[in-house]
Design a protein around this ligand. Sequence first.
Ligand code: ATP
Ligand code: MG
Length: 191
Amino acid sequence: MGGTFDPVHHGHLVTAEEVRDYFDMQEVVFVPSARPPHKTGQRITSTHHRYLMAVLSTISNPYFTVSTVEIDRKGPSYSIDTVRHFRTQWGEDTEIYFITGADAVSQISTWNNFRELLSMCTFIAATRPGFKFSGIEEEVERNVQTMEVSALAISSSEIRRRVRRGETIKYLLPEAVESYIYKNGLYREPE
Ligand code: ATP
Ligand code: MG
């Protein structure tokens, strides 16, 4: 599961866990994106903080791990490079799923080498109950499985906004991540 995770929240975690359980996966690897190509010009918290928040949030789930593969790599963080990395590491017999939110999948035809990417792994697009894809290319739709997960209207941008305004973020994300945000003074400045 890739993402900026700025910060990681219960929307990410519930999605990952429900998908893992449904598809009986051995492991879910959270891959914080170092330099997301589609978020240039936006201020993003350092990889150091985002990585540590991801580790804190996954500590109680034995199936969840966090990878530094995109942080350790130079240049823009292309998912295709990451999937190639795991394909090499795990070998041809391992089934690889790419977990994303449906919002991300509707942009997929803008991703680097998206055709090859779609052919290398099974895409799982987490949707909220009642969600319908619109304007998505037929080729993409054919290669993506959708799965309804519990509706959680949580986003990192909303959490950042709340911190900036001094509003509560309790229960939107793990307690340890909340403490980490305050302890390090994250998200206080305007974006
Ligand atoms: P931002 O608001 O900054 O865009 P975000 O909450 O969307 O952040 P990302 O790090 O951009 O978080 O998302 C990582 C992945 O998790 C993406 O595939 C995204 O679609 C998915 N995702 C984000 N929020 C949710 C949610 N509440 N439920 C299910 N999937 C989500
Ligand atoms: Mg997003």
